[in-house]
Design a protein. Sequence first.
Length: 497
Amino acid sequence: MGGPAAFSVALVENLTPEQEGYYRERGNLLATKSIRLSKQDIGVLQNGFNFDIRDSNTNAQYDVPNSLQGSVDQIERRISMDLIVAPAKKAFVSATLIECLLAICSPNSGPSLTIDSINGGFGTSRQDGSSGSRPNVSGSQSSSITDHAFGRGFDIMSIYSAYDQVERKYARNLSKITSKEGYQYQLDLLLKKLNSIPQHLVPDYMAISAQYTDPEYDTYENLTSIVGIKYPNLKYLKIKRDTSGVHNNHIHISFAATRGGTYVGPNGVLQIAFSNTAPSKNPAILVGSADTLERKIIIASNDFTRDYSNNTSLLDPQIIFKALVDYGQFTPELAACFVAIAERESRRRIYVVQEVYGAIGLWQVSTVPKDGGMGEAYLEYPDKQKVIYWQLALPEKAGENLTEDQIKSLINERCRKNIVRTDLFDKRCWNLVNQISLVRSKMGFKGSKNEVDGLSNRVGAWGDTYWNKDGDSGWIRHLKFSHASSIYTKMTRKKRR
């Protein structure tokens, strides 16, 4: 398939036999998870559905704006005439939507959630020409066709987690989505889960009840929405509070036509348009299923995976901050702290090694045995691999059974004063993805699945007071508060004390 426009609907005629098998494989897997589907929806997952647009509907357009994540420019919203005048064709549910639902039901990145979609679900029968082909939301345009018709929409009638059974039993109305308490509770449960999954699986659009939710949840009308503050990984999710009353008994999620995705390999390997990827370019390949939530991103020109070998230039603090939040899943506050730490430790340089002790990169991660060098580290790019920190300094010795004294001596020799042999270190160290993976490993996060939300008990005992310049504990030692506060304000538009 071609560029982002090709992802609006997964027509079988555009798929290879192998790809068609991948859709069935993942659809069958989803049907076995903690999601209650109607028999019709199970059939849609396994066998596809009939897609069609009335030939006379020449002004038909997509419901959700077709802007890529992070882009201010919208792609043409009108549906192409080729798709409109084509006869009815068989299609599958969006690959990205399937993986999103698998992620919601997965125990990785927070507790697995159970979804009830009876009387809701995919709604693929709402084809153009049926009474329900238009989006059921206040303010929708008459020419718009619901994302359900393309297999990119899903209605959640109820959602809960195994861990909240006691709370739901003894707290009034939490199980009832048609109450303010229940709707708000279940919405926050869903948003919290979405905030923890890889960003390429986060939906573009959500329609919620205006009657049962507060105005600050609307990201269309409310510029001070609390969603971006409480859930920073959902910064591209557009939430519409529907005043029509249709969404008073469910939560609607959907993906834009540009992000419907397609399967290009088994086990959930996706091709999908990624953030800030121009429509004219080939979409990024995102490898890894929602079962493992691996976040290996292959984008040759991306700043995150750029090779900085022999390049001692200073990184833009905005790039470091964005990588920490989007890839490393640091909270904005902690990301700002680590931008300041990178300023102190390396002057924001990746391709740098400390003399004598062989500390690596932006955050000067040590490789000598007595300073954590015997610990396990994870590299994510170009392939996920577990290594020992000292092996990054001595990659040619990785298979040898060396003593700690031998390792220390060899590293000291390689890092002699004024003659540091940075070029002999593992070349995989010199990109931003692996720099973040190494520091996450040092903090006890083995991989990129859990949000890094605080320093307490990990690399220091400041707790929340590390953001208080004049608190009892004081600002983090030897860091300039201005380095952290300026990037935090610039990237979040919020001020700190």
